[in-house]
Design a protein around this ligand. Structure first.
Ligand code: TA6
Length: 297
C-alpha cells in the first residue's frame, strides 16, 4: 500500500486540502471524511467506500438522503448518499455468500488527487483490487458530477456490473413522479417479470424495485412540486437505471433504516447491470458518469 493509504486527516489536509474549500476530518472511530464548502455548494464524502453522503447546492436544500440509522463501520455500507456498487450488482451470482453489491462500497479508498477551479472542487479517490483499478472522480459545483472509471489490469477480458446507487431526498414518495423513463422496458425485481415501457411517468404506491434497460441518454427527473424542485439525473455510458423505494415492510426489515424513512427517499441509480454489464478487454478502461442537480419548479 502506498503511504496515501495510511494518511491521517492532518496529513491528508497537508497534501490534498484546499484551504477552506476542502478539508479532511475523522469521526470518533477514526473514519476519515472530506468536507467541501464552496460558494457553489457544500458536500461530504468518506474514504470508506468513496461514499458521498451530502451534496447541497447553493440556494437548495440537501439533495441526498442518508438514513438517521446509518451505520458508519468499515464492514458496512453507509445507508444513503451514493453507494458505489462494483464489480457486481445485487447478490453475486456465483458466490451468494459474498456481500450484495460488490466489495467497492466497503473498502478503504485512497485520495489520488484534489483540484479546485473557479467554480468547482474535484476529488479523485482510487481503489486497486485485482483485476481492476477503480478511480472515482467527484466534481462538487452547482451540480454533482461523478465519474466511475475502471481499468482492467489483467491479461484477459473481464466483466463487471456497476451502479452509482444514489439516494435522493424528497418531500413525500406519494406526491412525486419520475420522468424520462416512460418508454424504457424494465425488469421488476420483486416479481422477476419484464415489462414494456409504461408510457407514463413513474408514481409510487408500493415497494418498487425496477431495472430499466435500453434507455437513451435523456435526463431522468424526480419531479417534486411540494419541495418546489426537480432533481435531475443525467448519465453517460450507462445502459441501466434502477428505481427503488423499499416502502413499509422492507423498511421495517432494514436495521439501518428508519421505519418511516421510505416516505422521504427515492433511489435513481446510474448503472450497467445484467445483460448490460461491461466486458472490458485486457488493459482497457471504461468510464460511467452521472450528474445530479436540482432545478426550481
Ligand atoms: O437497488 C435496489 C436494491 O438492489 C434493492 O433490491 C435493495 O436491496 C437495495 O438495492 C439496497 O441494497 P443494500 O445491499 O444496500 O441493502
Amino acid at each position: 500500500m502506498d503511504d496515501a493509504n495510511r494518511m491521517n486527516a492532518a496529513q491528508l489536509n497537508a497534501r490534498f486540502g484546499l484551504e477552506a474549500q476542502l478539508r479532511f476530518e475523522a469521526n470518533r472511530d477514526g473514519m476519515i471524511f472530506g468536507v467541501v464548502d464552496t460558494p457553489q455548494c457544500r458536500g461530504q464524502f468518506w474514504l470508506h467506500g468513496a461514499h458521498i453522503t451530502s451534496f447541497q447546492p447553493q440556494g437548495h436544500d440537501e439533495l441526498l438522503f442518508v438514513s438517521r440509522d446509518a451505520i458508519y463501520r468499515n464492514d458496512k455500507a453507509i445507508r444513503g448518499g451514493v453507494p458505489i456498487c462494483f464489480p457486481w450488482f445485487g447478490a453475486n451470482p456465483s458466490a451468494p455468500d459474498l456481500p450484495a453489491h460488490g466489495w467497492a462500497r466497503t473498502q478503504p479508498w485512497t485520495v489520488h488527487n484534489t483540484k479546485q477551479s473557479e467554480h468547482s472542487v474535484e476529488v479523485e479517490l482510487r481503489l486497486s483490487q485485482q483485476p481492476f483499478e477503480v478511480t472515482f472522480r467527484m466534481e462538487f459545483s452547482s451540480a454533482l458530477r461523478l465519474h466511475l472509471s475502471v481499468i482492467n489490469k489483467s491479461a484477459e477480458s473481464q466483466k463487471f456490473e456497476s451502479a452509482l446507487h444514489s439516494y435522493f431526498a424528497i418531500s413525500d414518495i406519494e406526491s412525486i413522479e419520475i420522468t424520462g423513463l416512460e418508454a424504457a422496458p424494465f425488469l421488476d425485481q420483486l416479481t422477476s417479470t419484464t415489462h414494456t415501457g409504461a408510457g407514463e411517468a413513474i408514481r409510487f404506491n408500493a415497494e418498487t424495485d425496477r431495472i430499466y434497460t435500453a434507455i437513451n441518454d435523456n435526463p431522468i427527473a424526480i419531479v417534486d412540486p411540494a419541495a418546489g424542485r426537480q432533481i435531475v439525473v443525467e448519465r453517460s455510458n450507462s445502459a441501466s437505471v434502477v428505481v427503488w423505494n423499499p416502502w413499509i415492510d422492507k423498511s421495517q426489515r432494514m436495521g439501518d433504516f428508519g421505519d418511516d424513512e421510505w416516505k422521504t427517499m427515492c433511489c435513481i441509480e446510474t448503472a450497467n447491470i445484467g445483460a448490460e454489464c461491461i466486458e472490458l478487454p485486457a488493459g482497457k478502461s471504461h468510464c460511467m458518469t452521472a450528474c445530479h442537480r436540482a432545478d426550481v419548479v
